[in-house]
Design a protein around this ligand. Sequence first.
Ligand SMILES: [Zn+2]
Ligand SMILES: [Zn+2]
Length: 111
Amino acid sequence: MLEIEAKHEQCTICKHEYTSINTEISPGIKIYVCNTCLEAAKHNFIWVCMGCGKVYLRPKKMVIEKMADSELKRAYLMCEDMQIIQGLDMCIECDPAGIMNYMDAQKTAVC
Ligand SMILES: [Zn+2]
Ligand SMILES: [Zn+2]
């Protein structure tokens, strides 16, 4: 049987549009992103929690301006025009204490 890959899945970000556009945010984990959310990703960094599915969206300008670390700031500036959607193993709601360590570990893994 042939499988038709034109199936539409619910958008992982907004959870109301259906789309066939998908991307792998970490090995083996696919998320679906509709056109509206893809457009939003040009101006915002988007993080998706793998634990609870919660989506975090932050304006790129704001995130970059707040960065104290100049190395990190430069890395993010280079991604300013890219559509970046990253997966988090857990978010502040899944693990309020653990998220801090996770964010620290994330620092080197940009782009
Ligand atoms: Zn969407
Ligand atoms: Zn979560």
